[in-house]
Design a protein around this ligand. Sequence first.
Ligand code: GLY
Ligand code: MN
Ligand code: MN
Length: 487
Amino acid sequence: MNSASNSSDNEELSKIRTHDIPSADAMSEFMKQGWAPSPLSGINPHPSIPFTKLRREKISKKYPGVRLVFPAGSLKVRSNDTDYPFRAHSAFSWFTGIIAPDAVADSVLVMEPINNGHEPLLFVHPRSVRDSDEFYKNTRYGEFWVGRRMSLEETQYKYEIKVNHIESIEQYFLDKKETLVIRGEDKTIDDLVLENTEGEKEFLNYTSLMRMIKDAYEIDEMQKAVDASVRGFADMVRVFPAATSVARGERIIESAFYGRARLEGNEPGYSSIVAAGSHACVLHWIKNNGDVLPGDLVLIDAGVEVDSHYTADITRTFPVSGKFTKAQRDIYMIVFKAQSAGIAAIKPGAKFKDIHAACMAEIAKGAFELGVLPISIEESLKPEFGLHRRWQFHGSGHHLGIDVHDCAHARKEEYSDANLEAGMILTVEPGFYIQPDDTLFPEEYRGIGIRIEDDILVTQSGAKILSNALPRHPDEVEVYMAKLLKP
Ligand code: GLY
Ligand code: MN
Ligand code: MN
C-alpha cells in the first residue's frame, strides 16, 4: 500500500507531536462541518499534452505487453518531521508533463498494456475530504497544512491522462504481469514489483536516451529557463557592492539568484556555486560562505529550473571591481578561446567528444605559453600524458534538460562517443583553475579560477547559444558590469 494512502501511515502522521495542541472530541466533530465546495477556476489543458502523448507512444512501441511504472517519488526527510521541498522524478515529469506546482508526492504513472499499446493511468493522492482527520491533522498530506491539491478530475482535464486514487494502485500489481519500474524512488512501489536487474537497467537507459533530442516544447522551456537565469545573473552583479560590505558576501550573491529562481521558476536547478577568490578553484564550492573582496574574481555557476523542471546551467567569472587585472585577463582569455573553440566544434555529425577535444587543445596551448607545461602541447594532448588537465580536470560539457546532467543513464557509445544531432542541448564549460598553492605559477596567478559555461542548442546548421544574452568576452563583461553597477 502506498505510503500516501496507507491508513496506518495516515494515522501515524495525524498523531500529535510534542509541540502540538491535543484536540477535544467536540473540536474534532466541529472540524467536520461547515465547509463549502472549492472548485478551481481557470484550468486549461496543458501545452505539454501533444508532446507527452508522443513520448508515451514511443515507449509503448518499445515495450509491447509490458507494464511500465514511473513513480514521482516520495517526500524525503530533512530533519525529524520536516521534509525537503518535493521535486518529482524527471522521468515521471517527462512522461506526464506535470509541472512543479501541480506535482503531488507519491504519485505514480502506470502505462498499462492493452491490445495495441498502453493506457496511461495516473495514480495520485486525492484532495483531503473535510470529514476526515487527515484534512487538518496530517501535517504531510492534510490540505489544512499543505494547501489545496488538484482533484482527480482537475488533474485528468489538465494533463489528459486518466487519473485514479492512489489507494487503488495495489490491485494493478496483483497479477504479477511483466513489469518494469524506475526503481529507488518509491519504496512502496518497489516492493510491489519483482526485481529485474537487467531489464530495469535497460529501461532506465532507454528512458534516459529518449530525452537526448529535445522537442519544440522542451526547447521553449529551456529558453525560458536560460532567460530567467540571465536575469538572475544581472541580479547578482547588482548586489556586488553589498556583498563586499559584509562578511560571507558570497551568500548575498547566492541569495540574489535564489530570489530570481523562486520568482520566475521552481527553484535553482542545482546548488549554486558562488566562489570568490581562490574558492573558484574548488570545483564544487557550494558552501558559499566566503568573503567577497574588491580585487577578487567571483565565479558563479547557477541555473533557474522553471516550473516544467527544465534547468539552465550557466557560469560566468566576474571581476568584483568591474575590471580584470592583467593576470586575471590572461587566464580568462585562455578559457574564452577554449570555450569559443568548443562551441565552434558543435554541428550535426560532429562527435560529442570533439567539443572537449577542441577545448582542451586551447587549455594545453594556454598552459604551454605561460611556461608551466613541462612537455609539448602535442604530447600533453595524448591520453597517456594529459598533464594540462592539472588546470582543467573536469569535462567540457554535458547534455542539459530536465536534469542538469541530462540523459545520464545513456551508455558511453550513445553519449560521449555518439554524433551530435539537431535538437540536442549541451553545455560548453571549460575552465582554468590555478590552486592557491600551485608553485608552478608566479604569485599573481595563484588562486585564480575561471570557468565560462553556456547552454547550446544543436541546430541543422551548427549551434545556437541559448545564453548568448549574457556577455562572455572580457571587454563585454566589463561594459555589462559598468551598466549594472552605475550609481
Ligand atoms: N553546474 C553543474 C555543471 O556545470 O555541470
Ligand atoms: Mn554544467
Ligand atoms: Mn554549471
